[in-house]
Design a protein around this ligand. Structure first.
Ligand SMILES: Nc1ncnc2c1ncn2[C@@H]1O[C@H](COP(=O)(O)OP(=O)(O)OP(=O)(O)O)[C@@H](O)[C@H]1O
Ligand SMILES: [Mg+2]
Length: 139
């Protein structure tokens, strides 16, 4: 478990983590509203030469594409709570492609993710302050 005390520190942790990624990897980001899933994605993007300000929130587009040293597909499954696996079939082209997929709210679509994904959990701990996040990476 890693500990972060600012959004910048979360991005830095993500940059370090990004060194381990390779084409085709799927990163399942779970954590509540404001946990830092997008902040983490920005750090990964920066590692691959994508400016952090290109990284938005694909809440309505469902997936954003960023082209850097490799391609990142940035998903937001926030609105996919309780949807059936069938309605996620379109995602397979991304999951089995050569880009890296980062999926916010991955807890909503666990059942449709191909096996072998990397899980990154971001958790607040209010007793440790507003800016504290525990980051757990399960490979
Ligand atoms: N240690 C920290 N790590 C990440 N973000 C932090 C931290 N401390 C404070 N923050 C703040 O928390 C917010 C995190 O926002 P971010 O958009 O990354 O969350 P999110 O998990 O993507 O939320 P959403 O579910 O709405 O997409 C930002 O306002 C950021 O400044
Ligand atoms: Mg977000």
């Amino acid at each position: 478990m890693l500990e972060s005390r600012s959004a910048a520190e979360t991005s830095q942790i993500a940059k370090e983590f990004a060194k381990t990624l390779k084409p085709g990897d799927i990163v399942a980001l779970s954590g509540d509203l404001g946990a830092g899933k997008t902040a983490f994605t920005k750090g990964v993007a920066e590692f691959f030469g994508i400016p952090a300000d290109e990284v938005g929130s694909p809440t309505f587009t469902m997936v954003n594409q960023y082209d850097g040293d490799l391609t990142i597909y940035h998903f937001d499954a926030y609105r996919l709570e309780n949807v059936g696996a069938d309605s996620c079939d379109w995602m397979d082209d991304y999951f089995f492609g050569d880009g890296i997929c980062l999926i916010e709210w991955a807890q909503n679509i666990k059942d449709v993710l191909p096996k072998g994904y990397i899980e990154v959990k971001l958790d607040k701990a209010p007793e440790k302050g507003d800016d504290y996040r525990a980051i757990t990476i399960i490979n």
